[in-house]
Design a binder for this molecule. Structure first.
Ligand SMILES: NC(=O)c1ccc[n+]([C@@H]2O[C@H](COP(=O)([O-])OP(=O)(O)OC[C@H]3O[C@@H](n4cnc5c(N)ncnc54)[C@H](OP(=O)(O)O)[C@@H]3O)[C@@H](O)[C@H]2O)c1
Length: 240
């Protein structure tokens, strides 16, 4: 039987990299996505020495041509994809809403919202070829309008206009694809990895990348009976 395959965007480091490692240990063939070819190749080498079946693929989620080339590469080596993980993301400026430049908000949306839309649309034919497939959108608790509007939530005071609203939009994108794909065998869910120590936040997060990746891996490995159109933290449903 052909090995299951997964493509992870922004997998040259941090949460995406660790997700590749965990899925690699489960026997998946890893397409390690990186916008920088050299960083991707280095990261793939370090997984390969652990015995993981990994290939580096260049993919900048903001660039149509780059995404098209990545699809062609995966298509030429197997022709199907079992799992897509839209992990690449950027924080943008961490300033009060009134001070954030519109250009910065636009940049964040290009990567965090339009990136996953572009990549998902482009890989859908290969995901359909798999018969049963999973798409995971790596969102954030800061995208939860339920938590952001709850004065008792730890996220209530974290008021970043561009980043937070980009993840709320990504959650809406998750639902939209999930609804269209009902009955297709493709599940689409969003994961909140939690506040995790990575370059993203100067390593101030209190969770490890191992903890962050495990909830993503759970969604990536759902079987045919698993949920679709949900938002989860460590396997537990959280408010939109
Ligand atoms: N860390 C947290 O506390 C936390 C909490 C909630 C949600 N998240 C989400 O989890 C995901 C991963 O975060 P992280 O903490 O692992 O961040 P990170 O350490 O900053 O890594 C981000 C990854 O995304 C890549 N990337 C950025 N823009 C890209 C683009 N245009 N095309 C392709 N790749 C791109 C980066 O590539 P380069 O190396 O080339 O820059 C890097 O590989 C993000 O979506 C983030 O929003 C993180």
């Amino acid at each position: 039987m052909q090995k299951k395959t997964v493509l992870i965007t922004g997998a040259n480091k941090s949460i995406g990299f660790e997700t590749g490692r965990q899925l690699g240990r489960l026997g998946y063939l890893i397409w390690l996505g990186s916008r920088d070819e050299a960083r991707g190749a280095d990261a793939a080498r370090s997984l390969a020495v652990e015995g993981i079946d990994v290939r580096s693929v260049s993919i900048d989620v903001t660039d149509d041509m780059s995404v098209r080339d990545a699809v062609a590469r995966v298509e030429s080596e197997g022709g199907r994809l079992d799992v897509l993980i839209n992990n690449a993301g950027i924080p943008g400026q961490m300033v009060p809403p009134s001070q954030q430049s519109v250009d910065d908000v636009r940049n964040i949306y290009e990567t965090n919202v339009l990136g996953p839309v572009r990549v998902t649309q482009a890989f859908l034919p290969l995901l359909r070829n798999a018969g049963h497939a999973n798409i995971v959108m790596v969102s954030s608790g800061l995208g939860s309008l339920g938590w952001l509007s709850d004065p008792n939530s730890q996220f209530y005071g974290v008021n970043f206009l561009g980043y937070n609203s980009s993840k709320s939009a990504l959650n809406a994108v998750t639902l939209a694809f999930a609804k269209e794909l009902v009955g297709s065998g493709i599940k689409v869910n969003a994961a909140d990895p939690g506040y995790t120590a990575t370059d993203f936040n100067g390593h101030s997060g209190y969770r490890t990348v191992e903890q962050a990746a495990s909830g993503i891996v759970w969604l990536a490995t759902l079987d045919e009976n698993g949920p679709s159109g949900g938002f989860y933290f460590d396997g537990v449903s959280v408010p939109w």
